[in-house]
Design a protein. Structure first.
Length: 92
């Protein structure tokens, strides 16, 4: 199977496809070829929507995130206590 533009675009994630499609539409409206500035414009313009989605997902999982953080902090504290007990942190 040879190279086709459809195969090339199918390798991108849905979000990347949406971004690229929006950049192409923007460039077409301006009668320009797509350049990185068109992509940057789309990213910045859509960033508020993306951030809102991220915050909603985090808010739904905040208890899980807190538990994970406390587990990691306790593991770190236990490792430090073990090091102190074994004397492995002695200074020379």
């Amino acid at each position: 199977m040879g190279f086709t533009i459809d195969n090339f675009f199918n390798q991108f994630s849905d979000r990347s496809n949406t971004l690229l499609h929006s950049a192409i539409i923007l460039a077409e409206r301006l009668n320009k070829d797509v350049i990185s500035l068109h992509k940057l414009h789309v990213i910045l313009w859509d960033s508020e929507k993306q951030l809102k989605g991220i915050l909603i997902n985090i808010a739904n999982k905040i208890d899980f995130l807190k538990n994970d953080i406390f587990l990691l902090l306790n593991q770190s504290k236990n490792m430090i206590n073990l090091q102190n007990a074994s004397g492995s942190n002695k200074k020379f």
